[in-house]
Each structure stands twice: as C-alpha cells, then as structure tokens.
Design a protein around this ligand. Structure first.
Ligand code: COA
Length: 133
C-alpha cells in the first residue's frame, strides 16, 4: 500500500472527525477542524491511501521556537506499516523548515516505544493538568 503524505494538505471536517473517532475510540463529533487548523496550527500532516484519509497529525505552535505535536492518529487498518512514524517525521520536517527549534510531544506510557524508538523523542519530565476540575 502506498500512502502519500502532505504537509498542510487539504482535509475536510467530515473525514477528520471520522478518523479521529475511529482512532481514539470515541463517538463521532462535529469539530471544525478546518477552522482550528487554519487559525491555530503551524501545520499538520495528512496521509492518504488514494483519496482516503488514513492518517493525521497536528502541529501547534507558540509563534517562535516551540512546536507541539497533537492528535497523532492512523486508521486501524493501516497501523503497523510505518504510517505513524512517517507522519511524525513529516511533522518534524515541517516544523524544522518553519524555523522551530523544538518539537514537544506527550503520550501515554504504552506508546513509549513508538515515540522514542520509532520517532526519536527524548523522554523528559512533563505534566498535564486538567482544566475541567
Ligand atoms: C500510535 C499510532 C499513531 C501508531 O501508528 P502506526 O502507523 O501503527 O505506527 P508505525 O507502524 O509507524 O510504528 C512504528 C513503530 O512504533 C511501534 N509502535 C507503533 N504503535 C505502537 C504501540 N501502540 N505500542 C508500542 N509500539 C508501537 C511499532 O512497533 C513500530 O516499530 P517497528 O518499526 O520496530 O515495527 C497508532 O497506533 C494510532 O493511531 N493509535 C491510536 C491513537 C493514539 O493513541 N494516538 C497517539 C496520541 S499521543
């Protein structure tokens, strides 16, 4: 299977809402991804198998040296073939070409091997605080 990757590639709300729900195992939402990405992202990477959206990652930005990886997701039937690793590498390349010096990422411990071994992240101490409590 050949998958094509595109930095800041076109993407529609309906297809990304469907991939996100499948990939993260939640109900179908109606997020305005196109608006959010245009307003708040340095970039994003779209992976397509022919016309079908099979992978996505979002790169948020502080406007300077720091970019932040969010929402890495690959369609269930395309996992384990290197698509996730290629998505993250394209995000690394896009952020570096935009002049960023650091790409931050956070993940659950079961994905340690994916982000460190496959994608080259160095583990750090980091934290996350819920704003809903
Ligand atoms: C995490 C995810 C993006 C990985 O995508 P993928 O296309 O399956 O990953 P790749 O095929 O590029 O994997 C690259 C390497 O990471 C390893 N890896 C991938 N997923 C892994 C997992 N869940 N646990 C441990 N290692 C994993 C693979 O074994 C592979 O190693 P190898 O090259 O030695 O075989 C995908 O499983 C996914 O969409 N998960 C659900 C959404 C999610 O949790 N996203 C992360 C948000 S932080």
């Amino acid at each position: 299977v050949s998958v094509a990757l595109a930095w800041r590639g076109p993407i529609a709300n309906t297809e990304l809402n469907a991939l996100h729900a499948e990939g993260f195992g939640h109900s179908l939402l109606d997020e305005d991804w196109e608006g959010q990405l245009a307003r708040h992202s340095l970039g994003w990477v779209v992976a397509r198998d022919a016309d079908r959206l099979v992978g996505f990652v979002n790169v948020a930005w502080d406007g300077g040296a720091h970019a932040f990886l969010l929402d890495t997701v690959v369609a269930v039937d395309h996992r384990g073939r290197g698509v996730g690793k290629a998505l993250v590498q394209a995000a690394v390349d896009g952020a570096a070409e935009a002049g960023c010096e650091w790409l931050h990422g956070d993940w659950e411990s079961h994905l340690d091997r994916f982000y460190t071994d496959a994608c080259g992240f160095t583990p750090t101490s980091a934290g996350l605080r819920s704003l809903r409590e």
